[in-house]
Design a protein around this ligand. Structure first.
Ligand code: ZN
Length: 370
């Protein structure tokens, strides 16, 4: 008996079940997770939608950010020849104004899977094709750089190609939406790492965990700790909604804010005891126990040379757990009144982890001294 059932799906049409740890969601064929039959998959970029230079570089950067994961799975980006289409036997990436392809989404991934059952052999399943399509209708404005000032939630007007692209390539890799945890397969433009003038989307702990669930851990060393000033807020349909982490008074009541460069700056008093909140992630292979510091900076770029005001020793971070953590601190009494500062944090202050992506180990929250 050999009945072949061709499955096809799209990002809008998946069911979601999840718990908070191991929140990632996979596609299943008769209980078997659906994945590619190889760890290296080639995606073909339209040269019309992604011409050489700015847009193609942004797309390549997107693929690189997806490939920064602790599984052996990776995408390779090449230039497409011939036409692009869903279900043409090629994995392609393009921009479209076709509403029947986009289905109302700013970006969408269409996939085709094989799923059938044979006596003795059992379930046979694999992914056959994935196509990532971005909405190129004129009112929709993307940016393909990593300048913080360009993007939503940081005073800009554009949506970052990389953050949405990582979400879509996450679908292509085999992941479904998640609405129970801070993660890229939720609302991608609220899953951002930022420090100084740079902001970028990233795969993050939960999608990295999902990649390992599908493809196993990479044989090579891959470690990456990170910290973000975003956290899980609520479920918004299939998507998690995230908000920026905050600064609270000693009792845990959120402090009032003023706007500084398009971001909320929390009003604090000199010498005040506050709770400062950040989200720490382990996007790498192995459990790590590290020291974490909190800093005061007179700009939005947090670095080890800034003034350190607190340390936690022995913070343990594991893949499979996003840690949104509040630390009680005292705002130094000698800061200038009526002045903006940035409260920062750095994970692994002693650089003991062989971190493949050390740049994401620091971030900040703006404060305004009353
Ligand atoms: Zn999606």
């Amino acid at each position: 008996m050999n009945t072949k059932l061709a499955l096809f799906g799209a990002a809008l049409s998946c069911l979601v079940t999840a718990s908070s740890a191991m929140a990632y969601n996979l596609n299943y064929c008769r209980g078997v997770p659906i994945k590619w039959g190889t760890n290296g998959v080639t995606m073909r970029a339209s040269s019309t939608s992604f011409p050489t230079g700015y847009w193609r570089d942004g797309l390549q950067r997107t693929v690189t950010l997806v490939n920064q994961n602790p599984s052996p799975f990776y995408f390779t980006l090449v230039t497409d020849t011939g036409g692009v289409a869903v279900k043409n036997g090629e994995n392609e990436v393009w921009g479209s104004t076709n509403s029947s392809v986009l289905q109302g989404s700013p970006a969408i991934t269409h996939w085709q899977d094989t799923c059938y059952w044979l006596p003795i052999i059992g379930t046979v399943t694999h992914r056959d094709e994935a196509d990532v399509v971005f909405d190129y209708n004129s009112p929709f404005q993307w940016t393909a750089d990593e300048l913080k000032a360009s993007i939503w939630n940081y005073g800009g007007t554009r949506r970052q190609l990389q953050s949405t692209g990582i979400h879509e390539f996450g679908h292509a890799l085999g992941l479904l939406h998640v609405n129970t945890e801070y993660n890229i397969m939720g609302t991608d433009f609220e899953h951002i790492w930022a420090n100084g003038s740079t902001a970028r989307g990233y795969l993050g702990e939960d999608a990295s965990d999902g990649a390992v669930a599908l493809y196993g851990p990479w044989s090579a060393s891959y470690e990456d700790l990170g910290v973000a000033h975003w956290k899980y807020a609520s479920a918004d349909g299939q998507y998690s909604h995230h908000v920026k982490t905050g600064v609270y008074d000693a009792a845990g009541t959120v402090l009032p804010t003023v706007s500084v460069n398009g971001e909320a700056a929390y009003r604090v008093n000199r010498g005040q005891t506050v709770q400062v909140e950040f989200t720490y992630e382990n996007n790498g292979k192995n459990r790590q126990t590290v020291n974490t510091g909190w800093y005061i900076s007179d700009d939005d770029f947090i670095q080890r040379t800034d003034r350190r005001i607190a340390v936690n020793t022995g913070m343990t971070l594991v893949r499979n757990d996003v840690l949104t953590y509040r630390r009680t601190l005292t705002i130094p009494a000698d800061l200038r009144a009526n002045t903006n500062y940035w409260l920062g944090t750095i994970v692994d202050i002693d650089s003991v982890v062989p971190d493949n992506i050390p740049s994401n180990n620091a971030t900040y929250i703006p404060i305004h001294i009353n």
